[in-house]
Ligand binder design. Structure first.
Ligand code: ATP
Length: 202
């Protein structure tokens, strides 16, 4: 069983997320991609986010597109309101699935912040990493991450994806009434409309 954790805010999940998950699943023969919306992202604690239940429901709807995609509660809000650290999530998944080949799927912008994550060196031992290219974030020079050759061997770059979409941009369009039909899965677009999400947000 080959399983990738795909963490994020998913506020909202968009076609860029689905495209990178599909590219990763195809290229690395993944049986399952776990889309795990974070209760609280450690590096985004000062950002306002939509309620977890809405983000989870939108992820559930988005995951219907591919039988390998699953919404996961592994980064659900902590009872004490503390952030969700990927190192803890991966360690838990490793315990739950001792025989799985575990991957962590991230975009280039996230990976380039690796040294700000909790326990980066341990993170690189808990899973192999699939790092997907993203416009505006170059993967040509990873020297700032100070990876050892051993760590490097666990990092797999997927540079064929060029999805110029961000949730930040989407929220801005949605706030001014653009339904973003070309950037969102139809069921997510419908959920946003029915629940009045992102109206007047920035
Ligand atoms: P925001 O604009 O709110 O920061 P986002 O679009 O970056 O959101 P997240 O939910 O924060 O979306 O991202 C989850 C993961 O998906 C991260 O690892 C991020 O790098 C990756 N990702 C999101 N959009 C893309 C994209 N267009 N191309 C490549 N990776 C992406």
């Amino acid at each position: 069983m080959r399983v990738a954790l795909f963490g994020g805010t998913f506020d909202p999940p968009h076609l860029g997320h689905l495209a990178i998950a599909k590219a990763a699943a195809d290229a690395f023969q993944l049986d399952s991609v776990l889309f795990a919306p974070a209760g609280l992202q450690p590096l985004k604690t000062d950002h306002h986010t939509s309620p977890f239940k809405d983000r989870l429901e939108m992820v559930r709807l988005a995951c219907k597109i591919d039988h390998r995609f699953h919404a996961s509660l592994s980064d659900a809000p902590q009872p004490d309101g503390t952030p969700n650290y990927t190192v803890e999530t991966l360690a838990t998944l490793r315990q739950q699935m001792p025989h799985a080949t575990l991957f962590n799927l991230v975009g280039a912008d996230s990976f380039l912040t690796l040294r700000q994550w909790r326990e980066p060196d341990r993170l690189l031992t808990l899973a192999d990493w699939i790092v997907v290219s993203r416009p505006g974030s170059s993967l040509d020079d990873l020297s700032s991450l100070h990876l050892t050759p051993e760590q490097h061997s666990h990092v797999h770059l997927l540079t064929t994806v060029h999805e110029d979409i961000s949730a930040t941009q989407l929220r801005q369009y949605l706030a001014v009434g653009d339904p973003c039909r070309n950037l969102l899965p139809p069921e997510v677009e419908q959920y946003i409309r029915q629940h009045g999400l992102y109206q007047g947000s920035q």
